[in-house]
Design a protein. Structure first.
Lengths: 219, 219
DNA sequence: AAACATAATTAGGTAAGCCTAATTATGTAT
DNA sequence: ATACATAATTAGGCTTACCTAATTATGTTT
């Protein structure tokens, strides 16, 4: 059995590893979990004994295969619940994270498989994040930040790299939604802002901070 | 904030109080929660300090109005989740209890109100138990055990007094479902078994143990 | 290489919820 | 009223998951 705390550590390690690659430091973990570094050191030693992670003293930790599978199952649950909250219960994409943080810890394989089926086996959550299957496998993802596109490229908005409510609400307010077609009409040299045409209709200026966090795929 | 343990104590106290009325003893609580009596004494003292219950030493405990409201909100959540699991996810009525025991502790008023709406504001759960509203109010319930009916009475099966999987599965196997119409054709003096006609079709003999746990309303 | 800042660890402590064993209440039978 | 069984409480401990303060590593600067 893995405890609530362990699940949260595993998920945090997975996410940091995903973003910054390789070994995860004690301080990075302490930061994301909002837990004192001394407590983290304590805890990861125990997790290493349980083979959930490998731990090199003063270096950092890495998920074991077992740990990775558990992390992925939590992420799978989190994202499936988010889909449900948005598609079936009418929540907005900036309202579901905290609720899903609770629901993701409910234990029942049967439940999660039935939920998956009920939702029609979605491949992505409301933020465009991929949902791993029951075995922890993802479909391929070829998205890149809009900031890496060149003038003239036409792409589809498929996900966000930043999940803060501030950013999600900015997009909602700006009427930019997953699935929108974006045409890069120009890039301002001075401030790296993008002029884009959305769904062949509206024209918008998007700041460098924004385009960095919009994930798109080529059309 | 009320902890997971507190929620479980409150729910247990509510249920014992409901069944046996009045004051709830330490041992009854210890029994239902499968927790040592000494631990229960410890815990209820703390709950009394928090005004969740009133506690008279060596006598037992009673829910405070605040405690009652919390207990009812847990029960509300439990039963709404059960409805969802059966109606939307395809679970059987004997498969949902443990999952709902976990889901009932998820904290979000918004969530539970949206769920309630999504389900069409159900008044009863899959076992026929009443679902309190957001303010902890129940609709009236006029049901009684089938065992209290007399020969010739025609009633509707609306709930179970016993929630064990064994009993639920017995009913499923016997093809007796909530909403079925039951006509008491005869009562065997010797063993108090009932001969009933179900939905004006099948005839069945139901033992005293069974009829005691079938809740019905007059038709 | 020495000095320094930063990161990580160790040591010692706390609160929540549980436990067992020992003691004290309570209520019933003699 | 006393004895007895049962229920409840007290006392002392344990584990989990956190904390602070003090110490030790690590990796840059100079």
């Amino acid at each position: 059995m893995t405890s609530l705390a362990e699940e949260n550590y595993l998920k945090a390690i997975y996410k940091i590893q995903e973003k910054h690659g390789d070994v995860v430091t004690t301080s990075a973990l302490a930061e994301t979990l909002a837990i004192n570094a001394a407590s983290v050191t304590d805890f990861i030693k125990k997790m290493a004994v349980k083979k959930l992670i490998s731990y090199e003293k003063s270096k950092g930790v890495r998920l074991s295969e077992q740990g990775r599978q558990i992390a992925l199952s939590i992420i799978r649950k989190h994202r499936l619940w988010e889909v449900w909250l948005v598609n079936n219960l009418g929540f907005k994409w900036d309202e579901v994270h905290e609720i899903a943080e609770q629901l993701e810890h409910v234990i029942s394989d049967e439940l999660i498989e039935q939920l998956d089926k009920h939702l029609g086996y979605p491949k992505t959550d409301p933020h465009g994040d991929l949902i791993p299957d029951a075995k922890g496998r993802f479909i391929k993802n070829t998205s890149k930040p809009l900031s890496e596109c060149s003038k003239g490229e036409k792409v589809k908005f498929t996900g966000v790299a930043e999940h803060s409510n501030a950013f999600l609400q900015y997009l909602t307010k700006s009427n930019i939604k997953l699935g929108d077609e974006l045409l890069v009409e120009g890039i301002e040299e001075f401030d790296k802002s993008f002029q884009v045409k959305i769904n062949n209709k509206e024209r918008k200026i998007l700041s460098k901070e924004v385009v960095k966090n919009l994930l798109v795929i080529a059309l």
